[in-house]
Design a protein around this ligand. Structure first.
Ligand SMILES: NC(=O)c1ccc[n+]([C@@H]2O[C@H](COP(=O)([O-])OP(=O)(O)OC[C@H]3O[C@@H](n4cnc5c(N)ncnc54)[C@H](OP(=O)(O)O)[C@@H]3O)[C@@H](O)[C@H]2O)c1
Length: 251
């Protein structure tokens, strides 16, 4: 039974993906900070009859992250799939007073948190010449979106990091998958006060991610409408991009 470890498993996409992977027969290791929520997810996952272990940790702390993954492996065996999902939005609202702590924290969690998780599992995967590294990035990784400069920049950084990993690991038995979700109904998006096109429910999102993980796809962008928008976003010249973003930001 393959072992899947998910960071940010206490809510939202991480929790839904944990349940979906359990439904498909995988063992689950769950990492996040909030112990009560993790225990609630553990109970839902265990109801599918698969082994599940919980290891509370803050992914910005490399030693704590390493210890959490070691605890999961002691209970479940070697981790076959890492899903680096823990993330925060860190919006940027006040341009006169940049919230440096919030910006730094966004990078600490979205970028270094994912890298700390890789650091914890990659040596073992290299020893076994097998494994799968998955990161939940965002369509925001493609361009600088309104009021989201820190978030977009952090997601761009981790998507590019993962792409570099994929290239470096191509002669090994380790696969890398980068996921770019559009808007999904979670606690993160519940705070948004702007229209969210093609908003998807978290169960459907989890099924799409589980399919991509099982198929060992290099990348996944969902929903399909966002896949097309992402292609357009990537090639739009700055003048066109700015015009579209200005009209989005006005609403
Ligand atoms: N929802 C969307 O529309 C959307 C779109 C694109 C990408 N994403 C990405 O999907 C991922 C999951 O987001 P979500 O929408 O499911 O949001 P969410 O419900 O707020 O979940 C975020 C998760 O990250 C964990 N987390 C945050 N900081 C952490 C830290 N320092 N250490 C360990 N865990 C931490 C939280 O757990 P604790 O608070 O318990 O630690 C929680 O489980 C994020 O990377 C996000 O950027 C979401």
């Amino acid at each position: 039974m393959p072992v899947v470890a998910i960071t940010g498993a206490s809510s939202g996409l991480g929790a839904h993906l944990a349940e979906e992977m359990a439904r498909r027969g995988h063992s689950l290791g769950l990492v996040a900070r909030r112990v009560d929520q993790l225990e609630a997810v553990r109970a839902r996952v265990a109801a599918h009859g698969v082994p599940v272990a919980v290891a509370p940790a803050d992914v910005t702390d490399p030693a704590a992250t390493k210890a959490a993954f070691a605890a999961l492996e002691a209970e479940l065996g070697p981790i076959d799939v890492l899903v680096a999902n823990a993330g925060v939005l860190g919006p940027m609202r006040d341009l006169r007073h940049l919230d440096l702590d919030s910006i730094r924290r966004t990078f600490e969690i979205n970028v270094f948190g994912a890298i700390h998780a890789v650091d914890a599992v990659l040596p073992g995967m290299l020893d076994r010449d097998s494994g799968h590294l998955v990161v939940i990035s965002s369509v925001a990784a493609n361009r600088g979106l309104p009021k989201s400069a820190p978030y977009s920049a952090s997601k761009a950084a981790i998507s590019i990091f993962w792409e570099g990993l994929r290239v470096d690991l191509h002669r090994t038995g380790i696969t890398c998958t980068t996921v770019h979700p559009g808007f999904v109904e979670t606690a993160m998006t519940a705070k948004n006060d702007f229209p969210m096109p093609f908003l998807m429910n978290a169960d459907r999102a989890a099924r799409l991610m589980a399919d991509a993980i099982e198929a060992k796809r290099r990348t996944l962008t969902y929903p399909w409408q966002m896949r097309w928008l992402e292609r357009l976003m990537k090639v739009a010249p700055p003048v066109v991009f700015d015009h579209v973003m200005r009209s989005v930001d006005k609403r």
